[in-house]
Design a protein around this ligand. Structure first.
Ligand SMILES: Nc1nc2c(c(=O)[nH]1)N[C@H]1C(S)=C(S)[C@@H](COP(=O)(O)OP(=O)(O)OC[C@H]3O[C@@H](n4cnc5c(=O)[nH]c(N)nc54)[C@H](O)[C@@H]3O)O[C@H]1N2
Ligand SMILES: Nc1nc2c(c(=O)[nH]1)N[C@H]1C(S)=C(S)[C@@H](COP(=O)(O)OP(=O)(O)OC[C@H]3O[C@@H](n4cnc5c(=O)[nH]c(N)nc54)[C@H](O)[C@@H]3O)O[C@H]1N2
Ligand code: SF4
Ligand SMILES: [Mo]
Length: 730
């Protein structure tokens, strides 16, 4: 018997944990954390620990599939690439390049080579119709980065915090939300050091259980709550007047706009008391180096841009940004961050520079093209109608809002192709399912998580951590699996086009496009090392250089000097805008409308989203560990609401919104706020299939409209805090 250990990067979520795989007689038998890994310190989650099984889940495709006379047949991927290229050529010749759209989902992002080549292919065919899951996730972050501006030196990192405010995020489960690569350990250590945690969430989440102060709010009132905290911070004189004067603009407009949000008025609707609101403001006001992290909850419940914006405004009011002369340790390994200057980047427009959609006056924003409107672009006839959709590592049928409309749209396409290791609910509507190599079979780096570190404080890495990983397992015997990047190359080759790869080692898009590599398709497909070199061209540590040290394959701290934050240059024009007119008018709007809900009586409950430890969106549902722990996909309901409606734990319930109904098994959960039910997304059947509340659960996307109550900038509709009614199914 031979035993061996190999290092791997888990790409099952954005966290990209460095893990160890135990091999027995050449077969992977276990995956676990690595206590010597300097960033993850032994961390792994149940999904990572199931990776060795994931490769051989019965649902895993070993061949690509093509739909032929209603049946799927195994298909050689290179033949599929040639056929799809021809079909795309035909569609473009009839309808123009923008009739071909790309949707990059969770696994498209997590796999940089696929991502970079997909973007290059779209550029080569001259289509601007590139959509990602960002605009149905936390698009308020990108809008805020534009309107408020970015503090170039960045915020403090978690080991320095004396305070943290988490709103509508559960980092202990989601691995996002600002507590770093090993959130439980980091939070424990920070709290031991004296850091205080404030959580604002309708659910007593794993993170809320650790809070010094938990405001168990009603969902959908985050803008009001934050405006009230701002009002109190200013009124009670906690703000940093010197920082505000030197580094920000718009203070007086902000002060005026938050006046209506008195603790008394906000407490009337937001499900928290006046005292709690004031206490939260006072506690945050007492912090010296703190952070505010918002998650999907506030971004999906109606005023995401405003909530994200006000979160950053509080940090700017308090001056919770890294200052001149201080050190910045996360100077980058594979990704170049912002320059270490103690100044704001300046406020820039969030829209007005890119592709305009044909529907609902929506257009490209700093968050990208609105995915919430893509179904309409497919269904609306006329010039520019989308006819072909390539789905890279995503699952529109279970993830997009308005499942009923999404279904119609998928059926309407002339070409639908999914790059996915499984036959998903979108896959079963597709013309092609392209089966890729996955996890252990691919080359990867920790760059995707490092890149995320530039979009949220406490996201990414605290310091110069990086890891590289080469394949540790052969593809299954008899399989025919592609690397997605090679698939895009084959399609481009068929069309006689070259591919221009932009470096992904920059947050600045101009710098990224200055670091391009042209992949000539009349030359052989480059080796995987050259591909990663192209993708990380211009990175602080070169990929080739990093490969020379065997420790890079285990995950290590790279030896790079920290930056000293420089003074604002005399002619630097950028300030942080804490009173942006777009946000001030949004504050005025909600000051007039808050508390008024025309459908409150007919739909008295609010369905909120939440994540599950053992699943990742619509993936991992076939995991045996998940099934053991959670045989159904339930609706989590407060026991007092269940009692009132005569629902017993485990009864089937019908959840009805203005749009539609779904069925779920109920689960008595005292951690859920009264009047709410928490139902994870990514489950359920397609609209033309039988409901299956026991095995598949209900799809929360079916309860939302994509074209009502949507954000005018990002197009995100209400995906959390959906008004619903609840009844027991007999
Ligand atoms: N109501 C409601 N809706 C939501 C949300 C919510 O909270 N509430 N959340 C939203 C958010 S935040 C997001 S990000 C979206 C998610 O939206 P999507 O990204 O569209 O959905 P996922 O379920 O993450 O799809 C990932 C797919 O990648 C596949 N996959 C796994 N490994 C690989 C691989 O190695 N290569 C390839 N090519 N594919 C792979 C999986 O099988 C799965 O089908 O959903 C959104 N929808
Ligand atoms: N295990 C696991 N990890 C994941 C994922 C997964 O599916 N499983 N998905 C990944 C993805 S795609 C993403 S985007 C991240 C998301 O990461 P997070 O944003 O941390 O996602 P959640 O854990 O769902 O936390 C959202 C919280 O918002 C609360 N909430 C809902 N509505 C409101 C509201 O109106 N106001 C407030 N204040 N709170 C509200 C919910 O109760 C919930 O606790 O997680 C990623 N990580
Ligand atoms: S947290 Fe994400 S990257 Fe880490 S082991 Fe779990 S699934 Fe893998
Ligand atoms: Mo997401």
């Amino acid at each position: 018997m031979s035993l061996e250990q190999k290092h791997v990067i888990c790409r099952a979520c954005h966290a990209q944990c460095g893990l160890i795989v135990d091999f027995k007689d050449g077969k992977p038998v276990a995956t676990h954390g690595n206590k010597d890994n300097p960033a993850y310190a032994g961390f792994s989650c149940s999904k990572g620990r199931d990776l060795q099984n994931y490769h051989s889940y019965p649902s895993r495709l070993k061949h690509s599939l093509k739909k032929s006379s209603g049946e799927y047949v195994d298909y050689e991927w290179k033949t599929a690439a040639k056929e799809m290229a021809k079909k795309i050529e035909l569609i473009i010749s009839e309808h123009g390049p923008d009739s071909v759209a790309l949707y990059i989902g969770t696994f498209g992002y997590n796999t940089f080579p696929s991502h970079a080549f997909a973007l290059a292919f779209m550029k080569a065919i001259k289509s601007q119709m590139i959509f990602t899951s960002v605009t149905i996730d936390q698009p308020g972050k990108a809008i805020t980065a534009a309107l408020h501006g970015i503090w170039l030196a960045g915020g403090y990192r978690h080991k320095e915090w004396d305070g943290l405010l988490v709103m509508g995020s559960n980092p202990l489960v989601s691995m996002l939300g600002g507590v770093g690569a090993n959130p439980a350990k980091n939070l424990h250590e920070a709290k031991k050091r004296g850091m205080k945690l404030i959580v604002i969430d309708p659910r007593v989440t794993e993170t809320a259980k650790q809070a010094d102060l938990h405001l168990q709010c009603n969902p959908g009132y985050d803008g009001e709550i934050l405006a009230c905290i701002i009002r109190t911070i200013i009124q009670e004189d906690y703000h940093d007047k010197d920082f505000i004067k030197k580094e920000t603009k718009g203070f007086s407009d902000l002060v005026k706009a938050v006046q209506p949000f008195t603790p008394k008025k906000v407490a009337e609707f937001a499900g928290v008391t006046e005292e709690e609101l004031v206490e939260a403001a006072r506690l945050y006001g007492s912090f010296k180096k703190a952070d505010i992290s918002l998650g999907t909850g506030p971004n999906m419940s109606g005023a995401g841009n405003l909530s994200e914006y006000l979160g950053k405004v509080i940090m700017s009011l308090m001056g919770h940004w890294r200052r001149e002369g201080e050190l910045k340790e996360n100077v980058g390994v594979f990704v170049n961050g912002f320059p270490p200057i103690a100044a704001g980047s300046g406020s820039t427009p969030a829209t007005g520079f890119g592709k305009k959609l044909r529907v609902r006056d929506l257009e490209e924003s700093t968050a990208g093209l609105p995915t919430g409107a893509l179904a309409d672009e497919i269904l609306t006839p006329g010039k520019g109608q989308v006819k072909a959709l390539l789905v890279l590592g995503g699952n529109p049928m279970l993830a997009w809002p308005d499942q009923i409309k999404t279904f119609k749209a998928m059926k309407k396409l002339e070409l639908l192709a999914c790059f996915d290791p499984r036959k998903t609910k979108t896959g079963i509507l597709s013309d092609y399912i392209i089966a890729p190599k996955i996890h252990y079979e691919r080359y990867s780096t920790s760059a995707p998580n490092e890149l995320l570190g530039n979009f949220g404080n406490g996201w990414g890495y605290e310091d110069t951590y990086g890891q590289i990983c080469d394949p540790i397992l052969d593809v299954p015997e008899g399989s025919n699996l592609c690397e997605e990047q090679e698939f895009f190359y084959e399609m481009a080759k068929e069309l006689g086009l070259n591919l221009t790869i932009n470096s992904m080692a920059f947050v600045d898009p101009n710098a990224a496009s200055q670091n391009q590599t042209i992949i000539k398709t009349d030359e052989p497909f480059p080796d995987p090392i050259s591909i990663w070199e192209a993708i990380l061209k211009g990175s602080p540590v070169s990929y080739t250089e990093a490969r020379k040290d065997l420790n890079s394959f285990k995950g290590k701290r790279f030896d790079r000097e920290p930056d000293t934050i420089q003074k604002r240059p005399d002619d630097w024009p950028g300030y942080l805008n804490i009173g942006h007119p777009i946000m001030i008018s949004k504050l005025k709007e909600i000051a007039l409308t808050f508390g008024s809900s025309p459908i409150a009586d007919a739909f008295p409950f609010r369905l909120i989203s939440r994540r599950l430890k053992d699943a990742l969106n619509s993936a991992w549902h076939e995991s045996s560990s998940l099934k053991k722990r959670l045989p159904h996909h339930p609706a989590y309901i407060n026991p007092s609401d269940m009692l009132q409606l005569g629902i017993n734990d485990g009864d089937l319930v019908e959840i009805t919104s203005e749009r539609s109904s779904i069925k779920c098994k109920s689960y008595s959960a005292s951690d859920v706020k009264v009047g709410c039910l928490a139902v994870p997304h990514g489950w359920g059947t397609n609209p033309d299939e039988e409901d299956d509340p026991i095995n598949s659960g209900g799809n929360t996307g079916r309860l939302s409209f994509n074209d009502k109550n949507f954000d005018p900038i990002t197009g995100i509709p209400i995906m959390s805090a959906i008004p619903v009614k609840l009844s027991k199914l007999n």
